[in-house]
Structure formats: structure tokens, C-alpha cells
Design a protein around this ligand. Structure first.
Ligand code: ISE
Length: 339
């Protein structure tokens, strides 16, 4: 850590999430500062660094991590670049907050697991931000305390107003449903063992070739069933909800956001436009918790194992999507470091 105890962070990748995290570290959270930014686009890195005192721009992630002012790394580059960035951080034994996905496929995630085990200690918190959302935390606490008895099913809804250009069916699993995969494993404290995907006739509002909406079904090791309606071109806003059906009751989050209005012969409220707004507080809490734990010399939150397990379920999910069959999830043995 730097002499005044503030964590110097290198932010790798300054696209939408990376630049939002730079703003967050600068303006919102405490105990950290952006000491370096790295982006393949030099002009972008320079522009961002130019507005921050003591921040150096780089195009090479390794050079940014070698900056003497850097104590920790936030990886927000595209998923395929994560493995190299993680291994570079491990070689310097630097603490990491890695945006989801840990890596895009289980084979590369396993290589990351092996490298972290070689270090002998956990170094990575994976950016599954829903675990830091106040609603999800309240639901988790109820399930953990057994307030409604044993959970039997989860019903999830995950709706986006629209998709960026080039969004594919596989990305509906890897980019979108990956959150329900993590939330399912975390809320139920069980691994997902099988996946099925139903593809109803698509909305005319979806780009050509995109099966939207989709219904995704998970089975867990304890025999619970979880369904997710994923509708990424719903057109009306961003909506995420989760209902747990338990032996002695149900608990549901995600319906009531913001101010409820009665006016002009109508009642209702507003929807957040996108995930950055809906999960803003969760992102803030996630980064603050990472900074606090890192300054204490600790690592907490979603681990590389969680990142690997999500990648394994995504792989099964894409196969289920393509085949229409029930696909079982192949999961490696869980290493002791993550028990
Ligand atoms: C995006 O990458 C996210 O992470 C959002 O949370 C999700 O709602 C969206 O569908 C993804 O594309």
C-alpha cells in the first residue's frame, strides 16, 4: 500500500464498466485511488488518466501493474483478455477484483484456479455484483436463517430494454444468465447440475437470429428447480426479480423500485433503464468491500471457484440452447483453497 494507506488501483480496460469503476474509485468510495489505467486504445487511456491526479496511462496491462504506485488490480477488459491479466497479476502477487466472467470457458478458468492455488492463497474477488445488492442480500439472509423453511424453487426474471449490436444467443447465456447462475448457486448454496433451454417464437423486436425471449431451467444438486425468463429486447426497461418458493412461504425481490405515483388517472412507478443504474449501489458496495478487505490484507466475496463453476454452467447452457436437450454440468473437484 502507498505511504498514506490509500490503495493504488490499476484499472485494466476502460470501456463501459472500466470507466464506470474509475469514476466510482475516484468519486464514490473511500480508501483507494486510481493510480494507473490500461487500455489497448492509447488515446482513451490518456484521456481518462488526464483527468485524475497521479494516474498514469498505459496500453500494456503488465506495465500498469509494474507501476510502483499500484497495489491492486481491477480487471474490466473483455472476458477473453481476463486469463492473461489474471496470470500477470498473480506473477506479481497483486490482489484482484475481476469483472465477470472470470474467463469465458471452463478450461481457461481451471488454468486460473491452478495458478491461484500455486500462489497458495486466494487473490481474486470475482465481480458478481448482485451478491452486493440490498434486495438480494435481504433474500439471502432469509434463506440462510430458514425464515420460510427449505427453498424448493426459484423463479427469476431478467429483462433488458435492448441489446448492443452483435449480441448473440451464446451471449444471452454468458453475459446475461451468468448472473442467475451465480445467484442460484449463492442463494441456494448448491451447485447447478443440469440445464435446459426453451426458445419460444421470438419477438419481432429482437435482431435477426436472436432467440429472444428464452426460458432457462436449472436443476441443483439438492434437487431444486430454478427457472429464468430471459428477455433482452423487452423494449420497456431493465427488470430483474427473484422469487424463492420455500416449504413454508415465498419471498420475492425486485418488483418495487423507486417512487410509487398516483397521477393523471394512473398509478405506478418507473423502471431503471439499464443494469448500471439498477445495480449502482451494488457496484459501489462491491468495490468498497474489495478495497476494505484488500487494505486489511484479506480476500472475500465470490472466488475463482465461483467464476469457474459459472463458466461450466454457461458451457452446458450454450449446449442446451443449441440442442434443445437437457445437458448435465461437468464440474471438477472443488480444491481445498475454495472450501
Ligand atoms: C450485461 O453484461 C450485464 O452484466 C447485465 O447485468 C445483464 O443484465 C445484461 O443482460 C448483460 O448483457
Amino acid at each position: 500500500m502507498t505511504s498514506h494507506g490509500t490503495l493504488g488501483v490499476a484499472v485494466i480496460g476502460t470501456g463501459r464498466m472500466g470507466s464506470d469503476h474509475v469514476r466510482r474509485i475516484n468519486d464514490v468510495i473511500s480508501g483507494a485511488r486510481v493510480a494507473a489505467v490500461a487500455d489497448i486504445d492509447a488515446a482513451r487511456a490518456e484521456h481518462l488518466a488526464g483527468g485524475i491526479e497521479g494516474c498514469t496511462p498505459y496500453t500494456d496491462p503488465a506495465a500498469a501493474m509494474d507501476d510502483p504506485a499500484v497495489d491492486a488490480v481491477l480487471i474490466a477488459s473483455p472476458g477473453p483478455a481476463h486469463e492473461a491479466a489474471l496470470l500477470t497479476a498473480f506473477a506479481r502477487d497483486l490482489p484482484v477484483l475481476c469483472e465477470k466472467p472470470l474467463t469465458p470457458d471452463p478450461a481457461s478458468a481451471l488454468r486460473v484456479l491452478a495458478a491461484e492455488q500455486e500462489l497458495g492463497h486466494r487473490r481474486v474477488q470475482v465481480g458478481f455484483m448482485r451478491r452486493y445488492d440490498a434486495d438480494y442480500l435481504a433474500l439471502k439472509s432469509r434463506l440462510q436463517q430458514g425464515v420460510h423453511g427449505r427453498p424448493l424453487m426459484l423463479h427469476n426474471k431478467h429483462r433488458n430494454a435492448d441489446t448492443p449490436p452483435g449480441f448473440t444467443n451464446a451471449m444471452m447465456i454468458h453475459d446475461s444468465v451468468v448472473h442467475e447462475i451465480d445467484v442460484t448457486r449463492w442463494l441456494l448454496d448448491e451447485e447447478i447440475t443440469a440445464v435446459r433451454v426453451l426458445r419460444p417464437a421470438p419477438t419481432a423486436n429482437a435482431p435477426e437470429g436472436l432467440s429472444d425471449p428464452q426460458l432457462i431451467l436449472f436443476e441443483t444438486a439438492a434437487g431444486q428447480v430454478v427457472d429464468t425468463e430471459l428477455f433482452v429486447n423487452c423494449g420497456f426497461g431493465y427488470q430483474v426479480s427473484c422469487e424463492a418458493v420455500c416449504e413454508a412461504g415465498t419471498a420475492r425481490i425486485g418488483d418495487d423500485r423507486g417512487v410509487f405515483v398516483n397521477a393523471a388517472g394512473r398509478w405506478g412507478g418507473t423502471l431503471t433503464p439499464g443494469f448500471v443504474e439498477r445495480f449502482e449501489e451494488a457496484y459501489d458496495r462491491q468495490v468498497q468491500r474489495w478495497v476494505d478487505a484488500t487494505r486489511r490484507g484479506e480476500v472475500e466475496g465470490p472466488s475463482c471457484w465461483d467464476g469457474y463453476a459459472a463458466a461450466a454452467v454457461c458451457e452446458a447452457g450454450v449446449r442446451a440452447q443449441q440442442s434443445g436437450e437437457r445437458v448435465t454440468v461437468e464440474l471438477a473437484e472443488r480444491p481445498a483453497l475454495y472450501s
